[in-house]
Design a protein around this ligand. Structure first.
Ligand code: WTA
Length: 649
């Protein structure tokens, strides 16, 4: 980021043709919108909520802010699936493609809004027939198939709170989430596919459910014809239950604040946090950002490459695009399968107009070479997006030139699982981009860069990124843990939302997000808690202690390095390193497998026994330690550590 983090950085004005057709056409319009919203955020959002959402009963109060708990649109009744489906059926969107799906083996399915509506209504009736009702909790552990969206929307239709668990998570991680949520239903598939290999989802579910007696029912979508075991009573095939289910299922009128879903994300302890999102506010802001940020058009084909298991998939594959009546493309499979041009091939085939991906993906495309995108026709693209981590200016420029062909604005969107929707991003027709900066906050969002006392720091200085006012898509709490919610997010800096990110604001007011300030690291855009990895390792019989840190990585943004102390008598060996890496994969999921494990004799600790991760971070980043070591208990430990070097993957 040092490359150009400042007011003087290179700027890219919105391309004139794009701006002329955009909803918000120039900087003046953005400034006016932003100012009007900031003057009275509650009223600003209320007006949009009345205009943009379909209410089953109008709300009577815009906001109740009872620090740090917020409620939006009180007194209203609403249903997310009604807003994503039913309201599109009376006009020309009825037969418009809602979801275009492509599988890794080039299978294709297109579901119109009418199709999707019918499936959701039927599946909602299936859930009702199984005795599920508003307030019950369901886990969705599915591949990237339209049925994942059907399951989410069917839950929403009857008020069942869903929690999607990324299909890359292990049985162990799945079990932890089922337990924490007190789920009584699991919706899954026989298997998923990735790089030609089948991932045995149902087998993972079986392993998890062996220890989750509260789960009464497991509904299995047949995706791959994988040979699986079905447990009588508990397990049922999706297709069997759907057969003959009624297509009539009126949307349940739910309170604006009814929890729509819980999504588990990594925090600074070993235990994942259940981020709770409420219905109306979340829906409003995912919809508004589809307009403001993606400037979505009736005839667009829109593609977000995230997985539905992460928040980006929730907000920008399912709820946002469908609430906007857009056509959303869903691809199950790897970007480089069967060849590194698969994404470009998809763009060419479906004439994708809006493309939203991650910096990690962009960096891997750069590495594979320009010949892959160059052999495909990308002329349909109108707008490009990036999310998940800071995008380095070099990757930004490549994205702009090679993919956008200098024609498409790039929206670098900063947000989090907790924020629910995009918070800081250029409005593409109005705000000039600076590569590496997420630019300016969206209307109704009031961020700042402050010190720990909450005082704004000077332009160009690094500080903590905070948000001053609650917004509609803000998470409401952590599931069953309001105390942790208060402590993690509302107590670090008094009276404001603490994002956990460091940032700088330049003289033009542009935000440059620099990365996490806590023990969360960002590997390929996936949030990982160092504590979670450490706890997984110490569950292994050979391990006494572990300390995980991130180190900068060209491709992944950050790589995970774990210093591991084995129990007495356990010999250090490359085999053990491999075994431990595989163990973490099994305990959490393949994406959490450490890049390096360094077997060491001791960890640097303070006199009070705290592991000094800061020193380890310096060690893996700079290969030496220059910071303050005066609180270190035994300096020789550090000297020994400096001699270790792991083998990179
Ligand atoms: C990081 C993903 C810089 C940041 C939507 C944040 C970013 C964390 C950006 C949230 C961006 C996300 N620029 N950093 N455009 N987008 N981040 O919860 O550190 O998986 O706190 O949500 O990713 O990750 P999460």
């Amino acid at each position: 980021m040092a490359e150009s983090a400042g007011a003087a950085a290179e700027t890219f004005a919105p391309p004139a043709a794009f701006a002329a057709a955009a909803r918000v056409k120039n900087r003046k319009e953005y400034d006016e919108l932003y100012r009007a919203a900031a003057a009275n955020p509650a009223e600003f959002w209320a007006e949009l909520a009345r205009r943009e959402l379909h209410w089953l009963q109008p709300f009577t109060q815009a906001r109740e802010w009872n620090y740090p708990f917020v409620k939006w649109f009180l007194g209203g009744k609403i249903n997310a699936s009604d807003n994503c489906l039913d309201r599109h059926l009376t006009g020309p969107r009825k037969n418009k493609a809602a979801i275009i799906w492509e599988g890794e083996n080039f299978e294709q399915r297109i579901l119109t809004y009418q199709d999707l509506y019918r499936r959701v209504a039927k599946f909602a009736n299936v859930l009702k027939a199984q005795g599920y009702k508003a307030g019950d909790r369901a886990i969705i552990y599915m591949p990237m198939v339209p049925e994942a969206a059907v399951a989410m929307l069917a839950c929403a239709r009857i008020g069942v709170i869903h929690s999607v668990v990324f299909a890359g998570f292990s049985a162990e991680a799945l079990k932890t989430r089922i337990d924490d949520l007190g789920a009584t239903l699991v919706i899954t598939a026989d298997a998923a596919q990735r790089r030609g290999r089948e991932i045995p989802l149902k087998r993972n579910v079986d392993a998890a459910l062996a220890e989750c007696p509260a789960v009464r029912k497991c509904i299995v979508y047949r995706h791959k014809n994988a040979g699986i075991e079905m447990k009588p009573e508990r397990d049922a095939w999706w297709e069997d239950l759907m057969f003959g289910a009624s297509e009539v299922c009126p949307p349940e009128p739910l309170d604006s604040e009814h929890p729509l879903y819980v999504l588990y994300t990594s925090g600074t302890t070993g235990k994942p946090k259940g981020v709770v999102h409420a219905t109306a506010g979340y829906l409003l802001e995912t919809l508004m950002t589809m307009q403001w940020v993606f400037d979505i058009r009736e005839d667009d084909t829109y593609w977000c490459t995230a997985d539905i298991g992460w928040v980006t998939g929730h907000s920008y594959i399912v709820y946002g695009p469908l609430a906007a009546g857009a056509t959303t493309l869903m691809y199950e499979g790897a970007p480089d399968w069967p060849e590194p041009d698969r994404f470009w091939r998809l763009i060419e085939k479906y004439r994708v107009n809006v493309f939203y991906t991650s910096p990690t993906a962009i960096r891997s495309f750069i590495r594979q070479g320009d010949k892959w995108p160059k052999r495909r026709d990308l002329s349909s693209l109108r707008l490009l997006g990036s999310v998940g981590e800071p995008i380095n200016p070099a990757a930004w420029r490549w994205y702009n030139q090679v993919i956008g062909q200098n024609r498409c604005p790039i929206v670098d969107t900063w947000w989090q699982t907790e924020t629910g929707a995009i918070m800081i991003s250029p409005m593409p027709g109005a705000v000039a981009a600076k590569p590496g900066s997420a630019t300016l906050p969206l209307p109704g969002i009031i961020p700042d860069v402050v010190d720990l006392k909450g005082e704004p720091v000077a332009a160009g200085q690094q500080g903590y990124l905070i948000i001053r006012q609650p917004w509609p898509a803000m998470f409401r709490t952590l599931y069953n843990d309001a105390e942790r919610y208060r402590e993690n997010y509302w107590a670090k800096v008094p009276n404001v939302y603490f994002t956990g990110d460091a940032a700088r604001r330049d003289a033009d007011g542009y935000y440059w997000v620099l990365g996490r300030v806590d023990d969360v690291i960002n590997v390929s855009g996936h949030r990982l808690s160092t504590m979670e990895v450490e706890s997984a390792l110490v569950r292994h019989a050979a391990v006494a202690e572990a300390a995980a840190v991130g180190r900068p990585h060209d491709l992944k943004g950050q790589a995970l390095v774990v210093f591991t102390v084995c129990k007495g008598g356990v010999p250090k060996s490359p085999e053990l390193v491999e075994e431990l890496r595989a163990w973490v994969g099994q305990e959490i999921g393949g994406f959490a497998r450490p890049d390096e494990i360094r077997l060491v004799d001791a960890l640097p600790k303070t006199r009070s026994g705290k592991i000094m991760r800061r020193l380890l971070r310096e060690l893996v980043t700079a290969d030496k330690v220059s910071g303050d070591t005066t609180t270190l208990e035994d300096y020789s430990v550090l000297l020994e550590l400096a001699k270790t070097k792991g083998d990179e993957e």
